[in-house]
Design a protein around this ligand. Structure first.
Ligand code: HPA
Length: 236
């Protein structure tokens, strides 16, 4: 048990999927895992462990934003021995050819700052995905009909951005979408020699204003969960 996770050591699998929303963790565990068991309720940040094709998997909510994700990822890594951490989340599209409901597999995650900035100081670290996971996720995505994009994303500190020029510069430099967690996950994985990847479903479009209606979200997010599971267990 840690400050923020009530599970006993051993109740959390080496492979952890991390949606921002704890209720999406519940939905994904109940939809895709066999024998899901709730292993965390602290602060309502639900976590579940079950199996997928015989492989143990935990799906643990991360909360929104890098400070929140950093708490859960740190505890999962250092106390529970998580080896593979895959964020499954939503993002806003930043390119005209990226549509809502498309999947983005994040090769890199750019930031202005992250919880790790104080450690990295003057280092302009480039947080990047684990290659083996990225490669397996791309293979899994290509076997499906969902439109998939692979490239850089922007992990922002704010949802309500007051500096449109930042989004413009990110878009001008080819960034596919904006979310709020991946860069810290990639940085923690690098520091602790773990594998990390972020797979995102586009929930809204910054340039067109389009958004996935609330009732469609679960279906669109299903592809992403299956891609994450297939990437984690490519031989299953
Ligand atoms: N900005 C930041 N995070 C997000 C967005 C967004 O537009 N959409 C989904 N997550």
């Amino acid at each position: 048990m840690t400050v923020h996770i009530g599970a006993d050591v051993g109740q959390i699998a080496e492979t952890v999927l991390m949606p921002g929303d704890p209720l999406r963790a519940k939905w994904a565990a109940e939809t895709f895992l066999d024998g899901p068991e709730c292993i965390n309720r602290v602060r309502g940040m639900l976590g579940f462990t079950g199996t997928w094709k015989g492989n143990r998997v935990t799906i643990q909510g991360s909360g929104m934003g890098m400070p929140s994700l950093s708490i859960y990822a740190n505890e999962l890594i250092t106390t529970y021995g998580a080896q593979t951490l895959i964020r499954i989340g939503s993002c806003g599209a930043m390119q005209p050819d990226v549509g809502i409901r498309d999947v983005i597999i994040a090769m890199t995650a750019s930031t202005l700052t992250s919880p790790s900035s104080a450690i990295l100081r003057d280092i302009n670290f480039a947080p990047c995905a684990d290659w083996s996971l990225l490669n397996a996720a791309v293979t899994a995505a290509q076997a499906r009909t969902v439109q998939t994009h692979v490239g850089g994303i922007y992990s922002s500190d704010v949802f309500y951005a007051e500096r449109p020029d930042l989004d413009e510069q990110m878009a001008r430099h080819g960034i596919l979408g904006v979310e709020m967690e991946a860069a810290e996950l990639y940085t923690l994985a690098a520091r602790h020699k773990r594998r990390a990847l972020a797979i995102l479903t586009v929930s809204d479009h910054l340039q067109t204003g389009e958004a996935v209606p609330a009732q469609d979200r679960e279906q669109s997010f299903g592809d992403m969960v299956e891609i994450a599971l297939e990437a984690a267990f490519p031989d299953a």
